[in-house]
Write a protein that binds this ligand. Sequence first.
Ligand SMILES: [Zn+2]
Length: 430
Amino acid sequence: MKKWPLPNLDGGKIRINLDWSERHWFFKEDDYFIKDRPLIFDLPKGWGNNWPDLPNPDEDPSEFWLDRISLSSPRNPCSKETLLGYYMSWHIVGVSFFNENGRQPRNGEELKLYNDSLPKENRFGIHICSRSIEKYIEKFSTEGLEPSQIPMYLEYCTFLTMIYVIAHEWGHYRSEVLSFQISNLVKSISGEPNNRLSPSYLSYFVYKKEYPDTNFEEVFAEWASLKLGIFNYYMKKPAFAASIPNWPQVEATVKFMLSQAISRPNRIRPYSDIRFWIDFDSITRDVVMKRLSENKPSINRSVNDNVLIDEIKSFKKGKIIDVLMHNQMQFSQDHQFNGIVKSAPLAYPYEPDSSFYHFGDDECLVAHKPSNSENFLQIGNPAYSDPSERFNSRVLKVIESLKENNSSNAVLPIRVFSEMLPLDPIYFHV
Ligand SMILES: [Zn+2]
């Protein structure tokens, strides 16, 4: 039988210490934003249209109160058109169990059974709001497009939006996996479960609610959306791709337009802070876009190679996930406080090099070729209650085109940590 890891809820103490000194970086508001510039390619008209502002890939954190979470009651988060999707963590499912039963679950198996008994929208995993994605796509300008290309344009934008949301939610999943990984690592080094270095994902989660504008986990999730989503070389191309002239250049251009929507300064924080962490000018410069249009595997390095963490010397070798790890460590009980890193690089701790823990290679670096393995994200058939909804769904059409022949699942090249924290197929809601 599989062992299900449990959230670290022992004692339930959540301590937040926010007494740190800030060091300010001065920047102009439009620094690092990709400028409008003529595209390098000779393209069919309309494919380079601007994207409307992106809706949220998360539930509003102000609606979450740890002591009130009770997931047995059905909800309908996707009824909000402003919500593209969300990630439900095991930690929150664990809190809900505690609130509803007045005790911790006896073991992982009991928590798993509890999770399976919850309404689908409240279960652990990645959740996608299909109708919100489709409503968003309906706002796109199709000006300049040849009428025969409009359905393909909208389908490709649907594909990219869906991949953007899935990879963003995966970033939150990765963050939760990280909290288990650090716990295990600390246990194996110190031989004791409650070492002062134990990370606390829940405390960090509470911080997110208290300070929603500066939480670094969102920046990491946006980074994941670029690295594992939009710029993921192994992502399967939609089925219609071959029928558009200059398809590779078209694809590069539409991705560029999405990158622009992601890094827009008027987007709400902390999402828009991603532009302070990744050099968007650099990842969308001509040579990279050319690599993208020529479908070169080296494109997978582009997002990694353009992360702006110059101030921290150890990050020449380190990774953006190390910042996340650092932050989760800062919330440990009795840990000497160095200050957490906020989303915009406005407040690194003093002597940042001394405060980061780097535990070696991370699986985020490499995107993997998809296969029918449990180690990759799988998309099954979305369950639509209304058959006409199913018939008309652009999201469903895109999912179908991602499937291999004779396969009931689409498999995305985004890694799942099945030993540490298995991730069920993604949930789609209407
Ligand atoms: Zn998020």
